[in-house]
Each structure stands twice: as C-alpha cells, then as structure tokens.
Write a protein that binds this ligand. Structure first.
Ligand SMILES: [Zn+2]
Length: 433
C-alpha cells in the first residue's frame, strides 16, 4: 500500500466560486485566530497551547461565531491542525515562527476523512460534491492509478485563479497500472548518480548513459534577471511609508512571476520525462543517499570558494536534486521495483577506485573531473567511476567491501521514506491526520 495524491482541476460557476471563496476566507480567519490564541497565551501566561486544547475550543468557537457553523467540523479541525504542524516544524527548527496569513497566501482547506464530500469519478474527470457548502463541482483530470480517495484538499492558486481538488488514496499493488510484482524479474539493475555537469549518469552493467543537464534554466534565468531589474526601477509598495505600488510595478511583477512559473514548469516537465524513462526500463535502482540540504549549504564565512560554492549550489538546485531522486524512487516503487540507497560514508563511491577499491582522498575534490588510480592505473571519468562502484556494490562485485548489501550500509527506499520528518506542508497534511 502506498499513499498517492491525485489532483483534478475544478470548474466552479460564479455562484459556486463565491461559496468557495467564502469558505476559504473563513478558514483563513480560523487559522489566524489559532495563531493569535497561541501567541496570546505564550505572551501573557507563558503557556504553550497544543492542538487538542484548540480543537476542544472549536464547538464553543462555532457557537460564538455563527458564520462558521455550516462548515464541516473536520475541515475546521484540519485547519487547526495546520497551525499545529506549522508550530511543530518551528519547534523542530525547520521553519520560522508561524505568521498570520493574508487571504492572498491562504490556499484552502482539507477534508481529513471520507465524510462530508463525495467524488463522483472513476479516475477520469467527473465531479466532486462538498456537502457543507452544498455544491457539486465539475472537475477534469486523470489519475494514473485510481483508488477510492480518503482525503480531499481544496486548493486555490491566486496566481492562476484556479481551483483544484487534491485527493489522497491508498493505492494497493493491484491498482497500479504498471503491472504486478510477479511480472517483474528484478533482472535489470541500474546504478545512477546525480551530478552537476551531467545531470544523471547511469550504468546498467553494459553501457554508460549520460543525461545532460538542461540549460534552459540559465537562458530563462537571464530573462528573469532582466525583467526583475526593470521591476526594481518601478515604484514598489512600502507599507511603513504609506507608498502604494505603481501600476507599472504591478505589471512588471506579473511579468516576472510569469517567467518564473514558466521555468518551474519546464523544469518539472523535464524531471518527469527523465525519471519516467529510467523507471520504465529498470526494476532495481541503485544510488547513494543524497542530502541536497547539506550539499547546498552556504559556504563558510570568509571562505575563498564562496563564489564557486554559490555557483555549484545554483546548478544543484536548478536540476532539483532531491526531486529527481524522489521521483525515480517513487516511480520505480510504483511499478513494484526496488530502490537501494547506499550509505555514502561507507561506500564512498566518488573516492573509491572501481577496479582495486583503493580510496583516494583527493578524488573528493569536485574540480577533479578525471580520475586515474595511483595504484592500478585505472582511468575513468569521475561520475562514471562512482556509478560503476555503486553498480558493483549492488551486484556484489565490488572488491574491498563486504559481500552483502547490509555490510555496505544499504537502505531500501521504503525505510527511508518513513523516516522523513513531518513538516507543515500542504501536501502531507492529508496523510498525517
Ligand atoms: Zn585502482
């Protein structure tokens, strides 16, 4: 079983949209009220309010504020939960202190169980009925693997002026489109490494494959730069000085955000195409455990390589390292395959000679693109070498390491995903409650 999310675009008519906007505004009020409550209690009494205290206040809150009464109680609870998640990730040090949200930044609300709504669809188009608002909305979209959804989140994107319904459901193996476990023979193994010069380097036992980095982001980045320069020259709003934004500024800002959105969409499209292709061809994927967060850490203060590191960070972020890994992982798993994530510290794929397993400390230097082993004179490109090591480890051919995958500190992807820290993101909300 795996939780999948599928999103459909909604097409409300004028009256329906008015109702949706009203509900969104009410949820936003509630969200801000919860934050105000927590702040007040902390400042005045030095008390931390938790989720259950606030949840228990809801019935009284509804009585006091009658306009909230018609909303489904579970949606109100999940909005309170949202505040709780935001505070939790703040306490964990993952995010800043939760702020009051303006309606502009408020996305929507969640039905955390099957009650209060109904999806009239079999995975393609259809409609969704929201009982508390008394409306049935037309929707379009298609789910790759459809299972009866268990949660629903209504999302509004102000930049696009679009409403969407985002369902989550437990997809069992039978529901999956890609075929069942028995069909897979686990014969095709691919080792892949994410790099900066070549976005992905693959090795499947026979040949290397290098997927180059799309440089479209750089071309568009220049354009974004140009346009944001124009934006800076226009009169920006300044609340403390009471200056309103000029119309030209508003226009220019729209242009910039449109460009940025285009780049993001291009990137996502490229990521999906590349990762689907790999996941389709292979049953087992081998890679090293990556932590893009560490990789893109800012260079230390006063470091000579500050600029270099910043450039590297940009190119790492522009490919979207974490997403690529995640995408290949969930796509391989979706068809019943397996993803092995090797322990980087133990295997040291980038410093190990694939031929004689000698460790070369100087190979860690990223400017060193071509590796020659000082012990056995084996020559290989850096990215190819590390992929070769990973492939050898997965197929038990690597010298110098234990014969079993456990010895080399291997983690399967399933154990990894469950360890993920929960933050207050919208996407996870439906899964946690
Ligand atoms: Zn060697």
């Amino acid at each position: 079983m795996a939780i999948r999310r599928y999103t459909f675009r909604l097409y409300p008519n004028k009256t329906q949209e008015r109702k949706l906007f009203r509900a969104r505004r009410l949820h936003c009020y509630l969200y801000n009220a919860c934050i105000a409550h927590r702040r007040f209690e902390w400042r005045k009494n030095h008390k931390t309010v938790d989720y259950f205290q606030q949840q228990n206040c809801l019935p009284a809150f509804k009585k006091e504020w009658a306009e909230f009464a018609y909303l489904h109680s579970q949606t109100l609870q999940s909005t309170v939960k949202r505040v709780d998640l935001a505070y939790n990730s703040f306490f964990q040090g993952l995010r800043g202190l939760p702020k009051f949200k303006s309606i502009r930044n408020y996305s929507g609300w969640t039905y955390s169980s099957k009650s209060g709504w109904k999806a009239n669809t079999n995975g393609k188009h259809g409609s969704v009925t929201l009982n508390d608002l008394g409306i049935s909305l037309k929707m379009r979209g298609q789910a790759k693997c459809w299972a009866i959804p268990t949660t629903l989140t209504i999302v509004y994107k102000p930049s696009k002026k679009q409403w969407s319904a985002s369902f989550t459901g437990n997809v069992s193996r039978e529901d999956r489109k890609f075929g069942s476990l028995s069909e897979l023979k686990y014969e095709s193994i691919v080792a892949f490494d994410l790099g900066t010069a070549t976005a992905i380097t693959c090795f499947d036992g026979k040949k290397f494959e290098e997927i180059s980095n799309p440089r479209f982001t750089q071309g568009s980045a220049d354009k974004v730069k140009q346009e944001s320069k124009k934006l800076r020259r226009k009169r920006a709003p300044n609340k403390s000085k009471g200056i309103k934004a000029s119309n030209r500024w508003k226009k220019a800002r729209k242009k910039v955000s449109k460009l940025q959105r285009k780049v993001a969409l291009q990137r996502r499209d490229w990521q999906h195409r590349v990762t689907s292709d790999i996941a389709r061809r292979y049953d087992i994927g081998v890679t090293e455990k990556l932590t893009p967060k560490n990789m893109t850490k800012k260079a230390k203060k006063g470091s000579k390589r500050k600029k270099q590191k910043a450039g590297l960070n940009k190119s790492i972020l522009s490919v979207g390292f974490g997403t690529l890994n995640q995408m290949i992982s969930y796509k391989i798993e979706a068809k019943g395959g397996l993803l092995l994530q090797l322990n980087t510290r133990k295997v040291k794929p980038s410093q190990r000679c694939p031929n004689c397993a000698a460790i070369h400390k100087d190979w860690g230097d990223l400017s060193n693109r071509y590796h020659i082993c000082s012990k056995c004179n084996f020559e290989i490109e850096r990215d190819r070498g590390s992929v070769l090591v990973m492939y050898n480890v997965a197929t038990n051919q690597q010298q110098g390491l234990g014969t079993s995958l456990l010895d080399s500190g291997c983690l399967s992807s399933t154990s990894l995903t469950s360890k993920r820290k929960h933050t207050g993101s919208m996407r996870q909300l439906g899964q946690i409650i």
